[in-house]
Each structure stands twice: as C-alpha cells, then as structure tokens.
Design a protein around this ligand. Sequence first.
Ligand SMILES: Nc1ncnc2c1ncn2[C@@H]1O[C@H](COP(=O)(O)OP(=O)(O)O)[C@@H](O)[C@H]1O
Ligand SMILES: O=P(O)(O)OC[C@H](O)CO
Length: 504
Amino acid sequence: MTHILAIDQGTTSSRAILFDGDMRPVASAQREFTQHFPRTGWIEHDPEEIWQGVLATCREVMDKTGVNAAQIAGIGITNQRETTVLWDRETGRPLHSAIVWQDRRTAGICHALHAGGHESRVNEVTGLLLDPYFSATKIRWILDQIDGGMALARQGKIAFGTIDSWLIWKLTGGAVHATDATNAARTMLFDIHKGKWSEEMCALFGIPDKMLADVCDCAGDFGTTEAALFGAPIPIRGVAGDQQAATIGQACFAPGMMKATYGTGCFALLNTGERAVRSQNRLLTTIAYQIDGKRIFALEGAIFNAGTVVQWLRDGLGLITTAAQTQALAEAADRTQDLILVPAFTGLGAPYWAPECRGAIFGLTRNSGPAEFARAALESVGFQTRDLLEAMQADMGVATAGEVLRVDGGMTVSDWTMQFLADVIGAPVDRPEVAESTALGAAWLAGMRAGVYPDMDGFARGWRLDRRFEPEMQTAHREERYAAWKTAVAAVLSTQTGESGLTR
Ligand SMILES: Nc1ncnc2c1ncn2[C@@H]1O[C@H](COP(=O)(O)OP(=O)(O)O)[C@@H](O)[C@H]1O
Ligand SMILES: O=P(O)(O)OC[C@H](O)CO
C-alpha cells in the first residue's frame, strides 16, 4: 500500500498520475475532452464525458503498471476550479452541461449586483470580486433554466458541486457529497474567514444551502471508491483546486513564497500565512490550503489567457503546428519591431476584471509575420504576470512579493518564455524538476494523510530545482517595454462596453 493515485482534472484534459512510495511519478495517462462553445463567451463541458475520461485514465495507469487497487494507499484529486455542475441527487444525472470557469454568460447578473453596491461585502466575506468567473452566478443561471429548479433545490433534490465534488460523488457511487476548503473558496458562497458556507451569500445569489457539499480539510476523509470501479475500494484522502495543489506541490508553505502556473490560463498565488490580506489592487483573497483545520491564505492573480495564446497561433491563425515551434519563431523575430498582443480573448482577468473587452495587437508593420506574432504571444504571458506582481507588491510591500517566482504548467517547458518572464518581472524564475506540481500537490496531500509520505517540512526539503532563469534585460529597456504594454492594455480596456455587453 505505498502508491498514490493523483487525478488532475484540468480545463482541456484529464490526467491520472501514479506516484510510488518515494513520490516519484511512475506512469500517467491523459484524455482530452470536448470543449463546447454554444455561443460567444459561453464554454461548457459534459460532466459525464469528464467522469468517463477520469475513470479511463485511472484504469489505464493501473493497467500499464500492474499496480492494483489494494496497492494504492489513497487517491488525491485536483481540478479546474469554479466550473459548475448541478445534478439530481436521486438519479445522479447532471441537470445541465457544466458551465466552465471561463464562461462569461453571467456578466449581466454580476453587473446588476455590482450596481446594487454588493461588491464590497462579497469581497469582504468571500475574498472574491463580482465576476462571472466564480460559481455562484453560474449555479443561479442553471437553476433558472430548470423547470421548478428553485423548489427542487430547496427540497434538497439538486446537488451542486465543483468538479472535485462531482468526481467524489461518482467515485463513491453517490455516497459522498463533499468538497475541500480551497474549492469551496472559489464558489463565492463560502466565508473564507469563518471557514463555512455563508448564509448571507447564499441569500444574495438566491442559492438554497441544501445544494451545497460538506467542506473538509484538503487532507481528509472523502470516502472510498466503489469496489466495482477498480476491483477494490480505494480511499480518497486529498482534494485541492488545481492552483492550490500547485502551490502545495511547489512547497510554497512559508509566507512570501509564490508560484505561477502556466496552463490554459496563468494563476499566481502568494502565500500570506494565517492572515487573509484584503487586496486594494483587485487581486483575490483565497484559501491556499487547509490542513488539520488550519487555514492558510493566499493572494491570487488570475489571468484567463496564457497557454491559449499558443493554441490561438496554432488553431486560430495556423502559424504553427506544434506549441514547441513558438520557441524558434520567437528567437527569429525581428527585434526592431515591438508588436504587443493583448490576449483578452475572453476579457481580462486580474487586476483589470474587464469581462467584455476583447483582444488586440499593436505595432503591426508590413514586415510583421509569424515570428513577430509568436514572440508577441509569448511575451504577453510575461507582461500579464508582471501586472499581477505589481498588484501584489502594492498590496504587500516590495520586500515580500516577487523575490523568486516558482513556475510550473505546460508552458514552462518553453525556455524562451521563461527567460522573457524573468526579464520582464526583473526577478529570478525557478522551474522545478517535477513539472507536474499540481498532481504532486494532490498526491502529497493524499499520501501524507495515508502516512506514506513525509510531513510538510520533509516534503518542502524534497523540492528540487531544474533551472533558474535570471533577469538579463537592461532595466531601462524592461521599463520601456512594460510601459508599451500598459498603453496597449489601456487601449483595449477602452473597448469594454459595460452593461450593453459584447458577450451578449
Ligand atoms: N513548448 C511549448 N511552448 C509554449 N507553450 C506550450 C508548449 N507546450 C505546451 N504549451 C502550452 O501549455 C498549455 C497546456 O498546459 P497544461 O498545464 O497542460 O494546461 P491545462 O492544465 O490548463 O489544460 C497549452 O495551452 C499549450 O499551448
Ligand atoms: O485547468 P487549468 O490548469 O487551466 O486551471 C483552471 C483554474 O483552476 C481556473 O480557476
């Protein structure tokens, strides 16, 4: 009983990674699933497709390695956050497609609440801002689509869950409806200070509390899998939202430590210890992890489009066929052209929170080609990160934010992007040996709980550097480029249409 199975259910794919008793990944399996775009700004997933994909990847890693259920001491789940599933408690069937975190359809509800003067109180209780990103307005939107939805929800017949809860429900055969504190903290219904669902927020968004899951520590008892699924029951012992799991996997356990994960989006979390810092610069206050009942907080900056810029070069523009080609293109780009891409494909996240503005590219000349586009796309990720760090520094003071940035996620394999990142933030960027920080974080939670992995200090000592990127750009040049970015963002923000909405 020394192995741990990590399930990493992301925005575009689901992965299962089997870790051995020394926390080494020994096998993995991955399945992409369908992204549904029923209208501009709407993004949905099929909860059943997600579940089937997760199940298939778990079975695949067990088949590949010959490790059976009895040899697995625990499952750790980490997941795309905020994405909202409602299901019928009796049949276990989803009542609607999952509304994905990037979905903007509830911008109108957010505007109305904003206009009603509710943002300050929402922020005080939940640490979040009134944006369609979070679950509450998505839950409300689905409830309003279901015939008699509100009454059924009040009777306790409808369950809401973020993806972790949905998977726990499916894995346990409907026996457990639970979530962890980090996922709960992203719903906009959770009082992060009291560590419990907020009656006030439920009333504000019109959401019956009977829909909500039990909230547990990240390392805890989330039930056991149905024996029939894997041949024997396996306990689920760890759960955390993917950005929090990456923070844990990167061992950012001390206040002042920070990580940024570059996948579909980019999410930077700065550990602020037991203190929940209320941002004055439109960052989020969130729970980094909750272990043994103790909540540790983080300031979070969320960027909606990071890796998507590379997907856009490939799928939208057809300039590349593989993500890795961006490196050679960026290296070959004409340095005298300063193209700036603002990838507000789904609006801008932190620190702007402008759901309805759209992207733009500035500085085009007759000589601007694929290389310059690729460079601008990769650079946009660095510029956006700098925006987040500036906001963190303003909230925390220069000494505690941005000293070293630990990075992970699919995009960090790009040396060029990581070097530019170090250049533009003017601080070292550390890439760890284990690229799968998110899965590692989930595995550690489960393994530590099961008693097969070390405690927090032992785990932190095991963190290993792959490569450090030191800033090389001249300060004057860095500031000039960053100023050009800020000008470009200001132009894009001026296209935000507010209440009338580009997305509707
Ligand atoms: N060599 C590369 N250079 C730049 N970007 C890359 C490279 N390889 C992968 N990516 C980007 O990384 C992202 C995938 O990262 P991943 O962590 O798997 O994302 P997610 O968990 O959000 O699905 C994709 O958007 C992809 O475009
Ligand atoms: O699936 P990822 O890695 O893009 O992460 C999504 C985030 O959890 C959304 O908040």
